[in-house]
Design a binder for this molecule. Structure first.
Ligand code: LIP
Length: 280
């Protein structure tokens, strides 16, 4: 893709992510509650998830009507351009519901089919944390940046190369049987790293890796909307994102700086083998 086109897609991603970020902050109802649940009673959707997604769809399709749209809160719509906007209107919904300042609007432009593992590639994206005022953004080949109050700074993944002193992020799913597997894997990881952080937003975890605020991150169960923008930011920050035996996917996402990539992949692979097959 021509870099000027990718740069324009990044600019659009930043604009709409930050507008949706202002919406979920400025119009959060005092009595915010759970509008509905999805995969389990803990997998919640608020009215602001839907409002933010509606805004993102309106803005993105208004600017680029031939693109496809693929959002967390519904199936999306097909396009003809070959480009799909993959959005998570509030990544870290439970944090948003409880007022914990670790949630983000994630917007990515991807080539290919985001519903096919390994069948898509992000080319531009933005992750906006409206509480901190920070937006991480990138386009393929353009480097990774953090912008706050109009001031833009380059970000680079950490140079950590040993697990024993690596700060590693992870997360947990919404279904009990997935969590049982995740706990079994965690018991193998935790004694072998500096410490674990569970912040509750994959998009922000990935941007933390890009920024060097985490040395590594792994999680099983992510959807394309959780990771599409954050994966690009990590890669443009010099980091590495893989799956267990191939590209990052629902079965595993492993992200780190370049020197920790092999040791962390080895540790997560051993943890997955220890955890065994997930209960049916
Ligand atoms: C969240 C992810 C996070 C995961 C949470 C949840 P959501 O996405 O970003 O990494 O650990 O369980 O899935 O549901 O807030 O959009």
């Amino acid at each position: 893709m021509d870099s000027s086109v990718a740069a324009e897609l990044e600019r659009i991603a930043v604009l709409v992510a930050e507008e949706a970020g202002r919406l979920i902050e400025d119009e959060r109802p005092a009595d915010l509650g759970v509008a509905q649940t999805k995969s389990s009673a803990t997998d919640v959707v608020t009215v602001m998830d839907q409002r933010a997604q509606d805004l993102l769809r309106e803005r993105l399709m208004g600017r680029r009507p031939d693109d496809a749209f693929f959002g967390e809160e519904d199936g999306g719509e097909a396009g003809t351009s070959g480009l799909t906007w993959v959005v998570d209107p509030i990544d870290g919904t439970v944090n948003y519901l409880y007022g914990i300042p670790a949630y983000a609007v994630s917007v990515a432009a991807v080539l290919g089919d985001p519903s096919t593992p390994g069948g898509w590639e992000p080319v531009a994206g933005a992750v906006c944390n409206p509480r901190s005022g920070e937006t991480w953004h990138a386009y393929r080949g353009g480097g990774a940046w953090r912008t706050r109050d109009g001031s833009r700074h380059p970000v680079r993944a950490s140079g950590a190369d040993e697990l024993a002193t690596a700060l590693v992020g992870t997360g947990f799913g919404y279904r009990a049987r997935r969590r049982t597997w995740q706990v079994a894997a965690l018991t193998h990881v935790l004694p072998r790293v500096r410490d674990i952080r569970r912040m509750g937003s994959a998009a922000l975890d990935l941007c933390a890796v890009a920024e060097g605020r985490l040395d590594g991150y792994y999680e099983r169960g992510l959807n394309p909307w959780d990771m599409a923008a954050g994966v690009l930011v990590v890669e443009e920050a010099g980091g590495v994102v893989t799956g267990l035996d191939g590209p990052p996917s629902e079965s595993m996402v492993i992200a780190s700086g370049p020197r920790l990539a092999a040791p962390l992949a080895g540790l997560v692979g051993a943890a997955a083998r220890q955890a065994g097959d997930e209960a049916p």
